[in-house]
Design a protein around this ligand. Structure first.
Ligand code: ADP
Ligand code: MG
Length: 309
């Protein structure tokens, strides 16, 4: 696995507040890496540090194995950390000419990046006539000038309407398919689950977990209860089924909803083995549905609550 960004023991204090408390993780090349946490958990601070806008109190970070962030390196990273200022009365194309001039990029790139964000046909429209989603797509087009391999976005769908959010999510997946590594901060679980391949969950400056979205969903919680599967089952004889299941090794809990049983089980238990076991005990299941553990549930398990600081 090739690593694009590596954080090693990053700390950032604001007075007595530990905005980031000893954060270490690696961002694999080609990933869409989500930094997920409630407001105030330190996401923007983290992105500010790796983009050299803020200085860490201690710790190091490495872009492509190189310590710190040289101006050469930063040129290879497209960033969208805050809403950029576009001129409302100018067209998309003219706005990008200004951005290209500031970044020292050729105007030839403008149609290319406009095409990538699907705004080429609207290049002559005034910025003020754009929808929220189009405005944000133009902001992303601007980050694509210079064709960076790495993109860093802070809450890229903030303030957008549902249509705009969908546009930006699709665009991020598209850019990733084109080979770009995307690092994105978000407080929206659903977004990370839908868009990201990897996630680091932070809360109050502390890294709670990191891995592929799949790994984080399935990982063992910090207590000794290794819940990896949730299965809903039912049978005509619910009481009998409950009794039988209580005795099945690997079952962690059985909850009766009235019409079905929700069982939490360890990874070693497959739905077919549960089916077989019940059948051998004389109970025919009328329902057996694997319930996917959602990232939201996992997030609440990991952080204990969803309160901000
Ligand atoms: P997030 O982006 O996850 O919402 P931030 O990185 O913006 O979180 O903030 C993390 C914590 O650091 C918050 O408690 C915030 O109030 C605090 N903080 C951020 N910037 C400053 C600053 N310049 N001075 C003091 N505290 C700050
Ligand atoms: Mg923020």
């Amino acid at each position: 696995m090739s690593v694009v960004l590596s954080l090693k023991n990053i700390k950032k204090n604001y007075g007595s507040l530990k905005a980031l408390d000893d954060i270490s993780f690696d961002v694999p090349k080609g990933s869409v890496f989500g930094i997920l946490g409630p407001n105030g958990s330190g996401k923007t601070t983290m992105l500010g540090i790796v983009m050299d806008i803020l200085k860490a109190t201690s710790g190091n970070f490495y872009w492509n194995g190189e310590q710190g962030s040289s101006s050469e390196m930063r040129k290879q990273i497209g960033t969208l950390l805050e809403t950029p200022n576009f001129y409302h009365y100018l067209s998309a194309e003219k706005n990008l000419k200004i951005a290209a001039a500031i970044k020292g990029r050729s105007y030839d790139e403008i149609p290319v990046v406009l095409k990538k964000v699907n705004l080429l046909e609207r290049k002559d429209s005034k910025f003020s006539t754009y929808s929220l989603g189009m405005k944000q797509r133009l902001a992303i087009a601007s980050t694509l000038l210079g064709s960076p391999d790495i993109l860093v976005f802070d809450e890229p769908t903030n303030g957008l309407d549902p249509a705009g959010i969908a546009e930006i999510r699709e665009l991020m997946k598209d850019l990733n398919r084109q080979g770009k590594t995307i690092i994105m901060a978000s407080h929206i679980l659903d977004e990370v689950e839908k868009v990201c391949t990897h996630v680091a969950i932070i809360q109050k400056g502390v890294l709670k977990t990191v891995g592929t979205v799949q790994e984080v969903l399935n990982a063992a919680p910090t207590d000794n209860k290794v819940v990896t599967l949730e299965i809903e089952v039912s049978a005509d004889n619910i009481a009998g089924l409950e009794e039988v299941l209580q005795q099945l090794p690997g079952i962690l809990s059985v909850t009766n909803t009235g019409s079905s049983l929700i069982i939490e089980s360890a990874e070693t238990l497959s739905s077919s083995s549960i089916n077989k076991y019940c059948f051998e005990k004389g109970i025919v299941l009328s329902q057996l549905a694997l319930k996917k553990k959602t990232l939201e549930k996992r997030f609440l398990e990991i952080t204990g609550d969803k309160s901000d600081r």
